[in-house]
Design a protein around this ligand. Sequence first.
Ligand SMILES: [Zn+2]
Length: 290
Amino acid sequence: MRLGGGYLEKIVDLDPFVLPFDLILPGRDPNALLPHADLLSPDHVDFEGGNLLLSLHSFLLKIGGLTILIDTCVGEHKPRPRRADWNARTDTAYLAGLAAAGVRPEDVDIVMCTHLHADHVGWNTRLEGGRWVPTFPKARYLIGAAELAHWQAEEARAPGAANHGAYTDSVLPVIEAGLVERVEDGFSLGRGMAITGLAGHAPGQIGLDLDCGNGSHAHFCGDAFHSPVQVYHPDWSSRFCHDPALAAALRTRLLAEAAENDTLLLPAHLRNAFGMRIRRAGAGFRPALS
Ligand SMILES: [Zn+2]
């Protein structure tokens, strides 16, 4: 997909990632989504099985001479005993997918983690000789300053426990390698590319706004949305949201702005589409996937 003078691809790590509706959106009634089944089924909601269907992928953005990887999914060999489909994976197609896009790990200039949950940092590192080493040895790894501070405090409280152990095996090694740069809202990655603060789902979640020219923008917005379901129901924060009320308020603000400005929203887990534009529909919104 061409985007803002650059080129965007998805590098898939796990698709579909199946989450029981009740696990991710407890107390919400999937039948409330039936009026939108034409758009949501079969890609995003498995109505019969009662599941929400996500994709775990990286966005690969080649732009202005830079190779940027946004979010790094689950990874391989990571011990995640509490989640079977993430646990000790081997022989995934992720690095082959990157190679098929013409990118070697050492070609990546910037890795940006929208937040530090285990499905956004996994490929930060890989196992080599029994040690976790940076997968992308020449990259600057951009992490939200507040996000990093939060999980460092969690790690100090209960070492090895934060995010399924992801801080220990997927964040700490890149810090120790001197590759991490702490960033905040407004940080510039180059012409027309700026970090946005998106706290809510995670305490210091960040996004990336891309000025595509002629007043149009694309906004990589992490887990501000897990599913197009939340365009119809912006108040449906997930069980995994750090501050559900703040996540819902952010979602509503992003929807209103995207509808107003025709922004392409690029949340992290959309299946069979890159992103979505937002249209007003009565008092609410609807997604137009693209
Ligand atoms: Zn996620």
